[in-house]
Design a protein around this ligand. Structure first.
Ligand SMILES: [Zn+2]
Length: 200
């Protein structure tokens, strides 16, 4: 769907069969908790957390990483994580918010995002990311230029937050023309949507 559009959100809600909560994503660390009273629509933030079986959480991506988090206590989260959000600590903040709602063991799934082969990166930004997330974020493009390894950054952030990555799509959005949208590779205006909800 196109980003930040109510019409797109209405289509998602129709698909999900109930209101879908979504945010105006700003590559920060703000987490919004959704209670059972109704959907959150268009507030500012990059992660949604809920313990309500009535809530459906959505993040929109086209190269950034969509991360689903769940705990056996029934607390779930949807996180939009680009490199600056990872550096700002959006994964840590989402896990903290889940623990505040009673989550203990937290598992994670990482959807399609841009991979290092397609993600050439400026040296100064790469240094900043490595300082925050560790050396595993230093990657190479297919042409041999310095690159950010976004999946490695997500793995590092999850490990630091104490969440276990149990599934990874392994798809590069920039490579996957025809099946995935990419802002960087094709300037696609559309976005993938990841929906997360608590299974009744
Ligand atoms: Zn690629």
């Amino acid at each position: 769907m196109r980003p930040g559009r109510s019409a797109g959100a209405a289509r998602l809600s129709a698909l999900a069969g109930r209101p879908v909560s979504w945010l105006r994503q700003v590559h920060g660390e703000t987490v919004v908790v959704v209670d059972g009273a109704g959907a959150v629509e268009g507030g500012e933030g990059d992660a949604l957390v809920t313990s309500s079986p009535d809530a459906v959480l959505a993040v929109l991506v086209a190269d950034c990483a969509p991360i689903a988090l769940a705990s056996s206590e029934g607390v779930v989260a949807a996180v939009h994580a680009g490199w600056s959000g990872l550096v700002a600590g959006v994964v840590d903040r989402a896990v903290d918010a889940m623990r505040d709602l009673g989550a203990s063991g937290i598992e994670a799934a990482l959807g399609p995002c841009i991979h290092p082969g397609c993600y050439e990166f400026a040296a100064a930004d790469l240094d900043r990311a490595a300082a925050a997330l560790g050396p595993s974020v230093r990657g190479e493009t297919t042409a041999g230029a310095p690159a950010l390894d976004l999946p490695a950054g997500v793995r590092a952030a999850l490990a630091r937050a104490g969440a276990e990555l149990v599934w990874e799509a392994g798809t590069c959005t920039a490579c996957a023309a025809g099946t995935h949208y990419s802002h960087r590779a094709r300037r696609d205006p559309e976005r993938q949507a990841m929906l997360v909800w608590k299974h009744a």
